[in-house]
Design a protein around this ligand. Sequence first.
Ligand code: ATP
Ligand code: MG
Length: 401
Amino acid sequence: MPEHQREAATAKQPGRAEDPHIRELRILNAIAEALNSSPDVQQALERTLGLVADLLGLRTGWVWLRDAETGQFYNAAARNLPPYLQAPVRMTGHQCWCIEEFNEGALTPKNIDVLECSRLRPAVQRQATDLTHGLAYHASVPLYFQDKPLGILNVTGPSWRRLTDEELHLLSTIAYQVGIAIERARLADESAQLARAEERARLAREIHDTLAQGLTAIALHLEGALHHLTAQPERARQRLQRALLTTRESLEDARRSVLDLRASPLTGKPLLTAVRALSRKFTSETGIRVRVRGEATRPLPMRVEAELYRIAQEALVNVRRHAEATDVEIVLQQTPRRVRLSVRDKGHGFDPRAVSAERHGLVGMRERAKLLGGTLRVTSRRRPPSGTTVVATVPVAERER
Ligand SMILES: Nc1ncnc2c1ncn2[C@@H]1O[C@H](COP(=O)(O)OP(=O)(O)OP(=O)(O)O)[C@@H](O)[C@H]1O
Ligand SMILES: [Mg+2]
């Protein structure tokens, strides 16, 4: 007896001692376990197909899943395919009767159909049983999550027989569980992708606010040095020295970020102290006066301090690059539930609605505030010039304080 027939025969004879209902429950339980425990959808589906074989004696099976983006079907798992279907070209997602029925909505969880298999048909017509192993029909069990179509589970056996209502009911119970498992795997995938995207956005901000800023400052110093090179070599030398200093600091920044991407830019100082230090450095480099006001309040959560510091830093870089201002005022205020940082310059202002999509500074500041559950408001006007005010307001939860 060929192996596939022998296995089917044993599968049809349940262990004599076991009550069939208990056996059903045991197998259903094993299916639930397989679907729950395996992180890999293909493995879980293959194991499920194996258990369906144990339960109903339908030892061949395969699963089509619909790619949610393209609508294309792909073979997500298969078990004991007859040689004819093992040729990879026959199991690609091209149209076939069960996929057509599914797409037309003719297969529903309550309406499991037994179909002639259009993929096997040419070999069945040639009576090539060595290639078909006697298979010609399959039961097609649609897979849904709620009313979202996910795919089809096909099962079959060599000595095809009508499935009883009870068996069909069992198959729809299994399909229901499979649907949940597939959706869960998809959600896990999606959330991993989201986490990766968030991480990329965070790295982009980090690079913009550290390395890119450093390089901008270095370029400005070098430009200044070039400008003064012949007429005022001493000034040129000073600018070169500053460029060197900024290069070293940026390198230090980059090293810190590489060593620990979460490294706090405050290097252990409280926010207000760190902002004061940042402002002093800013004034010494640009000649723009900065007045910092604020109460030395309770320490804030590290993340809040780090993000607000970066916001202040980028706001200052923008003042230096765009505002042509002579004075800046930074205010840090804390209420029991909120912390508010504002950076105000008296420069020439701009139209916040007309910022090009290629600019990243304001977007990054807004994202930083949003990550903390807060907001960022930019007020600026070009005519009459009213300067620019950037205000980040961030909630501080009771337990975080
Ligand atoms: N304080 C300011 N004064 C005047 N204009 C400003 C000020 N801040 C921002 N802007 C304007 O808003 C635009 C967007 O700022 P944003 O920080 O997003 O980009 P950027 O500084 O031009 O480039 P980068 O992406 O390197 O930060 C700037 O190009 C500038 O025109
Ligand atoms: Mg900027």
